[in-house]
Design a protein around this ligand. Structure first.
Ligand code: ADP
Length: 603
């Protein structure tokens, strides 16, 4: 061992000496930058064969070796101070993204097969720490390595930890970096400063071979088994160091250097026994760096989608706003269309209702004309009936006629015929003036006389339908003002409807209650029956012309009654009673008269 160190130093001394002599011819100088990852003497010893081969094969050149650390090496490349570079695969991959570099040859350990698997990392703990077997066992432990960017050191272990899903940033108690030389990490471990250390694979073995350490004193964490690989390791294995030329290097010189490298063989008894082979693919290293987002992949985001979003956030925001605007516009358009459609439907319904009303109105007008004609036609026969009945009444009053059987009843009947016909004639007259829009004749009226007249008019009908009439009149009722015939028409219509409503009732349940009350500010006529009541449809269409639920009905009675009530500034309402049947109310306003007429309610 000592001999080879001495030999190495001698050779290098010769190299430096001869280069110094030729310093006056800089063009024949060859600058080789070598990554110094161990202390200089052991480095020189490691590259002894290579440097010697270059020296011998390129006699016309003077080789100058620069032992540089990672940063210095890069600075020298950037400053175009070097022709060739000898560095680890990780550093090469990192540099290759910034400088023109090409591997001329790759280092090959003859004891490693295939040569693609030459460099690895090993995590070592003291053999007494039997519990540290796997990556997960590093939880809560103190780990040390040379530096975060040492290829055969922490980078490979970081990849292994991440591949094993071990969140090392959070789980490790500490991660410390010692810097070169790597051997000092074992000192840290022995001193109990850390629990485990990261070494370049094969370093432990070469130290043990040199007698510097005892292999049995250490144990390997997460040991990987790889046939034909002679060293303990915890990480995957990667191709060994490349010998690189720069883009600016003289091609002829590069060719000669390549030849020299490939034709060099380790000397007998040399420790490492390395030799150079045709350049290997460093793709696995590129893949490793891609996984770790290192070197050329440092700017690649860990989460590309998130990074894309982050990078293009303003455009994405704008696009999102645009989509939202389009969506919003779409929603608004949909809403407006729906609204317009609803409006159109509503307008269509209104138009249909208007059309219906027009039809009704025209039917109403036609009816008006027919009624006017009919009233005119009926006027004469009614006058004739009245005249004949009066004549008969007068005849029956004469003494001779009194002898006739039932002369008195006949006389009474004649009187009734006269009154009924007169009422009919008056109604027709009113109808005609109503249709001709003549102003009605108004007068002061006794409300109960009016009600009684209506009841008398309906008397025969009540008898026929076996309806019992119950009267409920207040005393001291004031007089009202109005057209007697029109008001009678309203009351008669209400009475007739009440009788119709009780048609299907048993005779015991055909009670008709009529009333006349003085309420605050108005006088109210009431007609209540115990009929079937008003259906919802009837309630909604009570005053709609031609609405009827009766086979023989015209559906005009209530409409006309409402018009007449309104003409008297009154109100007409119909409602269902809680106990059944309908209560119709006709309310008329009160007037101030010179003197109030008292009226005794009839029983
Ligand atoms: P008509 O009697 O010719 O049907 P009206 O205008 O007088 O016309 O009445 C309209 C409708 O109102 C009737 O067909 C009936 O359905 C309902 N109606 C009116 N009065 C009553 C009542 N007292 N009880 C039940 N339904 C009634």
């Amino acid at each position: 061992m000592k001999t080879s160190i001495f030999k190495g130093s001698l050779v290098l001394f010769c190299v430096f000496f001869s280069m110094g002599l030729l310093a006056e011819n800089p063009s024949s100088r060859v600058h080789l930058g070598v990554l110094a990852w161990r202390d200089a003497p052991s480095l020189q010893q490691g590259w002894q064969t290579t440097l010697q081969a270059l020296e011998e094969q390129l006699p016309e050149y003077h080789l100058k070796v620069h032992w540089l650390d990672l940063q210095e090496l890069e600075q020298a490349i950037a400053g175009q101070e070097l022709d060739f570079v000898l560095t680890n695969p990780g550093h090469y991959v990192d540099l290759s993204s910034r400088y023109l570099l090409a591997p001329l040859a790759s280092l090959q350990n003859p004891s490693v097969d295939p040569p693609q698997q030459a460099i690895g990392s090993v995590v070592v703990a003291l053999s007494s720490r039997g519990e540290l077997n796997d990556w997960q066992d590093l939880r809560g432990q103190r780990l040390a390595a040379v530096s975060p960017d040492a290829f055969g050191g922490f980078q490979l272990v970081q990849d292994a930890l991440e591949q094993a899903d071990f969140p090392w940033q959070e789980e490790l108690a500490s991660l410390q970096f010692s810097g070169f030389p790597m051997e000092q990490l074992l000192g840290w471990l022995d001193a109990g400063r850390v629990d485990a250390v990261v070494l370049r694979s094969c370093l432990l073995e070469s130290l043990a071979e040199a007698g510097a350490v005892e292999l049995s004193a250490y144990r390997v964490v997460a040991e990987q088994k790889q046939a034909d690989y002679p060293c303990l390791h915890s990480s995957r294995l990667y191709p060994d160091w490349p010998f690189l030329r720069l883009g600016s290097t003289n091609p002829e010189l590069a060719r000669q250097v390549t030849l020299a490298l490939l034709s060099s063989y380790p000397q007998k008894g040399e420790v490492d026994g390395y030799q150079w082979t045709a350049p290997l693919s460093y793709q696995p290293v590129y893949e490793l760096f891609e996984r770790l987002r290192l070197g050329p992949f440092a700017d690649f985001p860990k989460n590309p989608v998130l990074a894309f979003v982050q990078q293009h956030r303003y455009w994405l925001l704008a696009a999102l706003l645009l989509v939202l605007a389009v969506f919003g516009h779409d929603l608004r358009a949909g809403y407006l269309i729906r609204k317009k459609t609803q409006e159109l439907k509503a307008a269509e319904i209104t138009a249909r209702q208007k059309q219906q009303e027009m039809i009704h109105l025209s039917r109403f007008a036609l009816m008006g004309e027919l009624t006017a004609g009919l009233a005119h036609e009926l006027n004469q026969p009614l006058t004739a009936i009245i005249n004949y009945a009066r004549g008969s009444e007068r005849y029956l009053q004469q003494p001779g006629a009194q002898q006739l059987p039932q002369a008195q009843q006949l006389q009474k009947a004649m009187g009734k015929i006269v009154r009924q016909a007169e009422q009919a004639a008056a109604t027709i007259k009113n109808l005609r003036s109503f249709l001709r829009k003549e102003s009605p004749e108004w007068q002061e009226l006794e409300p109960l006389t009016l009600m009684e007249e209506a009841l008398e008019f309906m008397e025969a009908h009540f008898r026929q339908e076996a309806v019992t009439v119950i009267r409920d009149y207040s005393s001291d009722l004031p007089r009202i003002r109005g057209n007697p015939v029109q008001l009678l028409q309203i009351l008669i219509n209400l009475l007739a409807n009440a009788v119709d409503a009780m048609h299907d009732n048993s005779s015991a349940e055909r009670r008709l209650q009529v009333g006349c009350q003085l309420l605050e500010g108005y006088l109210e006529f009431q007609v209540a029956d115990c009929g079937e009541g008003l259906s919802t449809e009837a309630l909604n269409h009570l005053f709609t012309p031609f609405f009827t639920t009766k086979e023989q009905g015209m559906g005009l009675g209530l409409k006309l009654s409402l018009s007449l009530a309104t003409a008297h500034q009154g109100q007409l309402t119909l409602e269902n009673q809680p106990q059944g049947g309908v209560l119709a109310r006709l309310r008329l306003p009160l007037y101030t008269f010179a003197a109030k007429m008292r009226h005794k309610p009839s029983q």
